[in-house]
Write a protein that binds this ligand. Structure first.
Ligand SMILES: *Cc1c(COP(=O)(O)O)cnc(C)c1O
Length: 235
């Protein structure tokens, strides 16, 4: 894919976001995270030149190399969205601005303990298993209140909201169901535990319009911006 393609892809995704926002009267409320996992640094630089600042990565080793290589770009915002192994939490706590995929209290505790004092508190989202499939990652709903109470005592973390990764679904109306549920869960938790979570991290290339309709504040888009990923090369 050429860098011209990237420019065209960003333009078309941004216009689709604006259209979705306008349809549900949520103008300028959605942040686009560009998911750059497996993609080369040159593509991130191109996106940055187009004004993109928020980037999502899944794999610690790969992301550290990119973050290091792009450390001159001071206003870039790095989001970790991959599955988290305990032995990688220090790298994540040190090099990222956001972590969306917190799915165990133990991981939150380690991120809190390892977040350097020289940096602002780490923004986190709790990954909610909305469809309750045992195969999917994320916390079951019933665990959330107690985990949230513990996180409230962790000074190096700021709990911003929830992330959901629903099972694939092609029908646009059905895509909305888990997003609607997630939005309700956040509303209810904010009310019951008097929190002010402000982030719903939901929607990818396949379903970001549905997510926007249901209140997404950050959408995580890879393929529509950077093209399909070739896993045979790296992972
Ligand atoms: C890879 C990934 C994305 C991006 O998915 P696309 O279908 O390429 O838009 C979003 N969220 C998470 C958690 C991912 O791992």
């Amino acid at each position: 894919m050429s860098t011209n393609d990237i420019e065209a892809h960003f333009a078309s995704v941004k216009s689709a976001i604006q259209q979705a926002e306008a349809t549900c009267h949520r103008e300028e409320q959605v942040k686009l995270m560009a998911v750059s996992k497996t993609k080369p640094i040159e593509m991130i630089q191109k996106a940055y030149a187009l004004g993109q600042r928020d980037f999502g990565e899944n794999y610690v080793q790969e992301s550290l190399e990119k973050i290091q290589a792009l450390s001159d770009l001071k206003d870039i915002c790095w989001h970790f969205i991959g599955s988290i192994q305990s032995n990688k939490t220090r790298d994540i706590a040190t090099h990222f601005d956001w972590v969306h995929s917190v799915n165990r209290l133990k991981i939150a505790q380690r991120l809190n303990d390892q977040r350097p004092d020289s940096l602002p508190p780490l923004n986190i989202c709790l990954e909610l298993n909305i469809s309750n499939e045992s195969t999917k990652s994320g916390m079951p709903l019933k665990e959330l209140p107690s985990v949230i109470q513990h996180i409230a005592d962790m000074p190096r973390l700021t709990l911003r909201g929830l992330m959901v990764i629903p099972a694939p679904e092609t029908d646009p109306d059905r895509q909305r169901i888990p997003f609607h549920q997630a939005a309700n869960v956040m509303k209810q938790l904010n009310h019951e535990v008097s929190l002010d979570m402000d982030t719903l991290s939901m929607g990818t290339t396949a379903d970001y319009q549905a997510a926007i309709t249901e209140g997404a504040t950050i959408i995580r888009v890879g393929t529509a911006l950077f093209g399909p990923r070739d896993y045979s090369q790296q992972h």
